[in-house]
Design a protein around this ligand. Structure first.
Ligand code: GAP
Length: 431
């Protein structure tokens, strides 16, 4: 399985497009088409649902994308969020110094003339308002987490949450990656789903383990193949500046085992830093000890887009049915962008079948398609490629027996179902 096949499928079927495509494209930035938008939304919903289904207290939050210099100074990103960069002096191509062998010639032009490695800060900088002075500088957030920390006191004082509890956020993050690559794997504009779990220091380790287990469960719920996932604890020298222990959930991408999600013990680093920088107390009061303290944080952080890519890789299957090769996305019905396709065998039967489609679509609220164009075989292939779990075909017998043919995406097995049972049938398939 190659990345090219996924990229081609995404473009062909309207999942993902290169951003600014008609102007030559913007490197590391992507737009999501109609099916991609649905898949992304289903991924977000599954993540939110998985948090709601725990017995834990978790509130949701939506922070701003722009943050002041002070936020990123306190978080350590202004100083530490760097990648080492080198340029080829001959062809001007730029590399991450830790990703190429500087003893060998430039992979692009074959000359061996590099600049010395410099630290490159990955945050996007901008100015607020007309004055481009020091005071107007702001940054696009490189992670969503910081707005949760800076609002920690606001959330505590405006809700009834008490330690231990979580604040969860889904939102855009931006990193000026030196070498964006592998499609949605490393982008410059992407989206994160982050849970910051606040707890007492003595419980941090227990919750660190607890959240690793919960996150593993999540991947099981969305049907990701177990053999493609593994836990990878960080060595001390790999840890981010804020973390004292981190375990990644890695996925076996075609380009190797790579980080999908990080679970990090951030201790009380962030709240302490923000408290020092702002001069505001970011503590909670412990009724038992009668003392105030800064809680610890366990973080679960995953990219929506990276998960999107992982889901496609995991589901992409090529098989042969009745001597014919097909591509099928064996994606979890929970994530499938289109839940069912309604296919009249011929155009003549459209008018009879359309009212059933409209009624069921309205009643269930599911994203579904009504498709009359092309042979029935072609329409099945189209739906297989986008991962539609079931197709309902209305034929000339349907007029007599009030039944349609339900075709299962994975097995291609067909069975006759009464039209008035379709909604129940669909609910069962999608469970
Ligand atoms: N708040 C912690 C944090 O941001 P991270 O490991 O830098 O940690 C968390 O990022 C997750 O965000 C990664 O595991 C990955 O899924 C996603 N991610 C990070 N950088 C990305 C990029 N350039 N493109 C797409 N996804 C990215």
């Amino acid at each position: 399985m190659s990345l090219d096949k996924i990229v081609a499928l995404c473009k062909r079927r309207g999942f993902v497009y290169q951003s600014s495509d008609i102007y030559g494209g913007l490197n590391g930035v992507y737009d999501f088409g109609p099916l991609g938008t649905l898949l992304k939304q289903n991924i977000r919903n599954a993540w939110v649902q998985s948090l709601k289904e725990t017995d834990k207290d978790i509130v949701f939050f939506e922070g701003a994308i722009l943050g002041s210099y002070d936020v990123w100074k306190a978080s350590g990103h202004a100083e530490n969020f760097n990648d080492p960069m080198v340029d080829c002096l001959n062809c001007k191509k730029r590399y991450r110094a830790d990703e190429i062998n500087l003893e060998k010639p430039c992979p692009a032009c074959g000359k061996k003339e590099f600049t010395r490695a410099r630290q490159f800060n990955m945050m996007f900088k901008t100015n607020l308002g007309a004055a481009a002075d020091e005071a107007s500088i702001a940054y696009l957030r490189p992670e969503t987490a910081q707005s949760i920390f800076t609002n920690f006191k606001n959330v505590i004082s405006t809700t009834r949450v008490q330690i231990p509890f979580g604040i969860a956020q889904i939102g855009k993050a931006f990193r000026n990656e030196i070498t964006p690559k592998q499609f949605l794997f490393r982008m410059r504009e992407f989206e994160q789903m982050e849970l910051e779990w606040f707890c007492k220091k003595e419980n941090t380790d227990t919750y660190f383990k607890y959240w690793i287990k919960e996150r593993e469960k999540f991947y099981d719920i969305i049907d990701i193949k177990k053999e493609n996932l593994r836990l990878q604890p960080h060595d001390k020298n790999e840890l981010s500046h804020y973390s004292s222990q981190t375990t990644d959930i890695e996925y076996h991408f075609p380009f190797g085992w790579k980080e999908l999600e990080g679970i990090a013990d951030r201790g009380n680093f962030d709240l302490t830093q923000h408290s020092n920088q702002s001069g505001k107390e970011l503590t909670v009061y412990d009724e038992q000890t009668k003392q105030s303290y800064i809680p610890d944080v366990v973080e679960c952080s995953v990219g929506v887009d990276r998960m999107f890519l992982m889901v496609l890789f995991d589901a992409y299957t090529q098989d042969t049915i009745d001597g014919q090769e097909r591509i099928v996305l064996k994606i979890s019905p929970k994530l499938a962008p289109i839940k069912a396709a309604f296919l009249p065998l011929t155009k003549k039967l459209s008018d009879e079948f359309l009212p059933f489609y409209k009624k069921i679509k309205k009643q269930t609220g599911f994203d579904m398609q009504f498709d009359v164009s092309g042979s029935i075989g072609k329409r099945y292939r189209r739906q297989d490629e986008i991962g539609t779990p079931v197709c309902f075909t209305y034929d000339f017998d349907s007029q007599k027996d009030g039944k349609v043919t339900a075709r299962n995406r994975n097995t291609t097995k067909q069975e006759r179902i009464a039209i008035d049972q379709l909604e129940t049938y669909l609910q069962n398939v999608l469970q």
